[in-house]
Ligand binder design. Structure first.
Ligand code: ADP
Ligand code: MG
Length: 257
């Protein structure tokens, strides 16, 4: 028996609606330290919403969001529930770095500036040290030679790797990826997949929303299949992909992503 490490981020029985539209209907999700959890499911099943609720970019109506054992404190309830403690929200957000489908790099900053801005401004790191570390992170993701270029001068795959370096620069406790390869041409996708695999191998805690079933199978410790705002099936990747139990997951997998 191997025991599961304690979760960096945990979601319990989360309910979220946009107006009358119930998008998350009691979802549980746990990302144990050092594990990779992949979130799969059809478009509109609530994957992005769940990630956004996890790092408090989005409010929710009920259920718990727990960061390193510390439950988010709320004031009010139901549709009026808001996080009560702004310092807690900042701590959680800075410790859960997001990587988005569309990279979201700052167009007017160089790649190195993109990677060093938040550590200097938010974490109050010394600029020269942040730049040294930024260069190391760019080298780590294979774009050490692009430090002084602007995002528009890079390919999509290079931009996404810069976005990953930027996320790492915040020294997060976990990385949250929302379809990091979906905007990329197939030949550029693989260079991003390689970086994500390397991060998994070095024991980073990650939640990975992806349509790339091969990557999910390769890198995950645990896979969660979301269907219409509920966890329909979950388990280790070999079981989930090799022997899906539910008709819905079988249908989703055979539809070909
Ligand atoms: P996924 O990432 O799995 O494709 P999303 O979490 O983006 O799904 O969306 C889940 C559902 O919530 C969809 O029906 C979507 O239209 C709806 N939704 C997402 N964001 C908003 C929003 N800001 N306002 C209203 N509805 C939204
Ligand atoms: Mg989405």
């Amino acid at each position: 028996m191997t025991s599961t490490p304690s979760p960096v981020i945990e979601i319990r029985d989360l309910h979220k609606a946009y107006g009358g539209l119930e998008v998350l209907k009691g979802v549980d999700l746990s990302a144990p330290k050092g594990h990779v959890v992949s979130l799969i499911g059809s478009s509109g099943s609530g994957k992005s919403t769940l990630l956004r609720c996890a790092n408090l970019l989005e409010d929710s109506q009920s259920g718990d969001v727990v960061f390193e054992g510390e439950p988010v404190r709320w004031r009010g309830h139901g549709g009026h529930r808001r996080p009560a403690d702004a310092a807690q929200v900042r701590r959680i957000r800075t410790n859960l770095s997001m990587v988005f489908q569309q990279f979201n790099l700052w167009a007017h900053l160089t790649i190195l500036q993109n990677v060093t801005e938040a550590p200097v401004v938010v974490l109050k790191e010394d600029r020269a040290e942040a730049e040294d570390r930024g260069r190391e992170l760019l080298a780590k993701v294979g774009i050490g030679d692009k430090a002084n270029m602007y995002p528009a001068q890079l390919s999509g795959g290079q931009q996404q790797r810069a976005a990953i370096a930027r996320a790492l620069a915040m020294r997060p406790r976990a990385l949250l990826f929302d379809e990091p390869t979906s905007a990329l041409d197939p030949e550029l996708e693989q260079e991003v997949v390689r970086v994500i695999k390397a991060l998994a191998e070095e024991g980073r805690t990650m939640v990975l929303v992806t349509h790339d079933m091969n990557m999910a199978r390769d890198v995950s410790d645990h896979v969660v299949f979301l269907h219409k705002g509920k966890v329909e099936e979950e388990g280790p990747p070999d079981t989930l992909f090799g022997a899906p139990r539910t008709e819905r997951l079988r249908g989703f997998l055979s539809a070909g992503q």
